[in-house]
Structures are given as structure tokens and as C-alpha cells.
Design a protein around this ligand. Structure first.
Ligand code: SF4
Length: 442
């Protein structure tokens, strides 16, 4: 049996691209292995958003290219694929830099992975990084998802050009997927047992399908998906604050399957830094949106992203950010150190913050959030949560699942996967809740 090994860096869009490649290759008889030495195809799906992830991907590809020098038949025939945003950024240069790389494929061409591998076997190295702006880029022909939750891409690319980000250059401008193809995919997923879909895009709030008589926005799409029988939960990420409309906020109250959780990246709590980042909103405008969602849906869980040490960030800017984290009362945040990225405008900004200062600020940010997360989790002790069971937990002898708010729950019980179960919360850690299943009374 042919085997494929895949290593993924970066965001959920990349995770989903990896799933798509695996799904396509499984249609051609490949099975996944966790040992690159056994694999006929080795894929490194890369991320260029942070320098650290990019460096890690380079060293992995270098290592796997070395494996090709072994004498075994598998080693000799092994195909090495360099995919994702670094592939898009570097293109053909990668073939010269890493002897042994056979396929270089950008994010908008991963749907051609099977064909590209076949081509590389006959013609030698293949580079496919030209932007694909039509609906083909969303092609996901083989459905082999047995899980409870599935990601569904609804749009790709971004028109925002935040000064620190390379997405608009690497993933291209915004392209929304045809609504019919999204609905069809969700029906197929639900028929195969999926209970929760996560709609994916770099900026899902600007989703638009103008093909029909009436424009379909994310709100209308959620309304259509809400009517699909058998589907229990719908989430969407990532939302850009400036494109979050009042109408979309009402989706949290109008549609019972839309989970009360929004990931709304702010990036900094300083207006001066937000302006340099070209984010298109002020701190107060952002806070006003959170307040409006909370007025509609008081218990909504809000999560966010932050960048520590953006060029010229002062102690005062950092202090304002920490104060904002406390004020926003986030469920959780994802925080990263600023790093220069090729193509991003902020590379040229002077007054770079020293690495040790960035590291200290990142730690302070994370500590500030931890206090808040613990407080939120502590308050949930003694409550009963509706948990969609995803399977066995890494914590021995437990199962795991998520609440509607997206909180991870490890619990004792023997509940079939895909069931929504009541769990009594009795403990918490910094990133999960713990509890026990309460069986329904007969
Ligand atoms: S909104 Fe900004 S940070 Fe997000 S993908 Fe677009 S350019 Fe990048």
C-alpha cells in the first residue's frame, strides 16, 4: 500500500489544505503514515506568517530530501512536496535550494496534488504557484471524513494588506466560493456523520456570492446551513473586526446552530500601533462591536490574536494592550512575537523592538490572559455543559469534546462520538475544563 506522510505548519486554512491533499491522495490509494521513512510521498505544508515556522519547515524539507539518498526502493522513488505559503513565496528557487524537492505547490493549487505528483514522476521537478482565481481552487473531490467536525473553505485570500501580513501577496485577493458548492459539501459531510462545520476563510465576514439574483453574504449562508437536518453546530473563522456588520452579529441570536463564539483578532490595544498595522479600526470601535455582540448574546465567548513588539511599539503601547486584554475579558487569546516577513510593508518600518523586549511583552500578555481564562473557567465549575463528543482524550481514560462556546472539555464517560452529552464540570486547567458525563434519565 502506498503511504503519504504530511507535516503541517500554520493556520487552520493550512490544516484544511493538508486534509484536502490527504483526501485527494486517499482516492488514489494512499494511506497516511506518521513515519516519513515509510512514505512514498512526503509533504511539508508550510506557513510564512512567522519566521520561526518558516525556518522549521526548511529544516524538515532539508532532512527529508536527505532521506532520498538511501538505497531502498521507497527512498529512491520518494516524492517530496513543498506546499503552502512558503512554496508560494519562494517558488522555483526551492527546487534549486533543496536537491530532492519534486513538487512546489502554492495554496491555490493544492487541489491538483495528485496530478502534480504524477507529473513530477515522469518529468522531474514541477512548480505550480500561479494564482488560481476560479472556483477550481475549492475543489475537494474525495470525501473521506469520518470525524465529527469538518472544515469547509468558503473564501480564500484577502484584500486588506495589513502591514505585517503576507497573505494578500501569497494567497491572493479575496475569492468567495460558490454558495451551491458549499451547501453540497456540507450535505455530503453531514451524510458521512459530521455534526459540526467550521467555515474557513482569511476574512469570512467579507464572503459574497453575487452569482444569483440576490447577493448571498455570510449571514444568508449561515441561514441556509442552519436548515440542514443532522448538522448540529456551525462556526466561522476568521472575522475581520472592520467587516463585522450588525446583521452578522444577529446570526448569533437568529440561528440556533451558530455557536456563541467569535474569534475577532484585534492585534494591539494601541490606536497608534493599529494605524501602523493598517487594521482599519480603533480600539474603541473594536470594543463597541464586542459590546454590541454581548448585548445581543450576553454569554458569547470572544477570542482574539495579538502581536507583541510591532515596530516602534513603546512601553505605553504595550501597557495599553495589557489593559485592553483585561477590559475585553477574552475567553482566550493567541499571541505571537512580531517578525519581519518578506513582502510585508512593516519590514521597512524602522525602530524595531529588541528580541528580549518582545519576549518579555509576549509573556506579560499571556500571563494577563491566563488570569482571565482561569477566572472564566473557575466560574464554570458546578455547571452542566452540552458537549459535542469528538472521541478519546489524550488524558488517559477520558473522552473529549467541546462546548458550544468552543471550550475543550475532558470528561469521564462512555459516550458515542458525535453525540451531544451533558457534562458536569468539576475542575479546570489553563486550557481545558474537566468533568463527568451525566447520563440522561430513562
Ligand atoms: S486581514 Fe490582515 S492579517 Fe488578516 S489575512 Fe488579511 S492582510 Fe493578513
Amino acid at each position: 500500500m502506498k503511504k503519504v506522510y504530511i507535516e503541517t505548519y500554520g493556520c487552520q486554512m493550512n490544516e484544511h489544505d493538508s486534509e484536502r491533499m490527504l483526501s485527494i491522495l486517499s482516492g488514489g490509494g494512499y494511506v497516511q503514515t506518521d513515519n516519513p521513512r515509510d512514505a512514498e510521498v512526503v509533504i511539508v505544508n508550510t506557513c510564512s506568517v512567522r519566521a520561526k515556522a518558516e525556518q522549521k519547515a526548511y529544516s524538515s524539507v532539508g532532512r527529508y530530501a536527505q532521506l532520498k539518498k538511501r538505497r531502498s526502493e521507497t527512498a529512491q522513488n520518494r516524492v517530496i512536496v513543498f506546499s503552502g505559503c512558503v512554496a508560494q513565496q519562494e517558488g522555483r528557487k526551492l527546487v534549486g535550494r533543496f536537491k530532492g524537492v519534486d513538487v512546489v505547490v502554492g495554496p491555490s493549487q493544492v487541489h491538483r496534488i495528485d496530478e502534480l505528483i504524477r507529473q513530477a514522476k515522469t518529468t522531474g521537478p514541477v512548480v505550480a504557484v500561479a494564482p488560481d482565481t476560479d472556483q477550481n481552487r475549492f475543489r475537494n473531490p474525495v470525501k473521506d471524513m469520518n470525524g465529527v467536525k469538518a472544515y469547509v473553505t468558503i473564501m480564500e485570500g484577502c484584500d486588506n494588506f495589513c502591514s505585517y501580513c503576507t497573505v494578500p501577496y501569497l494567497r491572493g485577493r479575496e475569492v468567495s466560493r460558490n454558495v451551491r458548492s458549499i451547501i453540497d459539501e456540507v450535505y455530503t459531510l453531514v451524510a458521512s456523520g459530521v455534526k459540526e462545520v467550521v467555515l474557513l476563510g482569511q476574512n469570512v465576514n467579507s464572503y459574497r456570492d453575487n452569482a444569483g439574483e440576490k447577493q448571498v453574504t455570510l449571514y444568508e449562508l449561515l441561514s441556509m446551513l442552519n436548515d440542514i437536518k443532522g448538522l448540529e453546530r456551525i462556526r466561522f473563522i476568521t472575522s475581520h473586526p472592520k467587516d463585522l456588520t450588525d446583521k452578522l452579529m444577529h446570526a448569533f441570536t437568529d440561528f440556533d446552530k451558530v455557536c456563541p463564539h467569535i474569534h475577532l483578532p484585534i492585534q494591539s490595544g494601541s490606536d497608534r500601533i493599529l494605524k501602523l498595522m493598517a487594521r482599519g479600526y480603533t480600539v474603541e470601535e473594536y470594543m463597541d462591536k464586542i459590546n454590541r455582540i454581548r448585548t445581543l448574546k450576553p454569554d458569547v465567548a470572544v477570542t482574539s490574536d495579538f502581536i507583541a513588539g510591532f515596530p516602534s511599539e513603546t512601553d505605553q503601547d504595550h501597557h495599553d494592550t495589557i489593559m485592553f486584554v483585561r477590559r475585553a475579558n477574552y475567553d482566550n487569546i493567541f499571541s505571537f512575537k512580531y517578525s519581519d516577513r518578506p513582502l510585508a510593508r512593516a519590514n521597512k518600518y524602522g525602530d524595531k523592538v529588541p528580541e528580549h523586549t518582545i519576549a518579555g511583552r509576549l509573556k506579560e500578555l499571556q500571563d494577563a490572559q491566563l488570569e482571565i481564562t482561569r477566572k472564566i473557567y473557575r466560574a464554570l465549575a458546578g455547571t452542566v455543559q452540552r458537549v459535542l463528543v469528538e472521541g478519546d482524550s489524550k488524558k488517559q481514560g477520558r473522552q473529549q469534546g467541546r462546548t458550544m462556546h468552543g471550550r475543550l472539555v475532558n470528561f469521564s464517560g462512555t459516550v458515542p462520538e458525535g453525540t451531544v452529552a451533558d457534562v458536569l464540570i468539576d475542575d479546570y486547567s489553563d486550557n481545558a475544563l474537566y468533568g463527568k458525563h451525566i447520563p440522561e434519565e430513562e
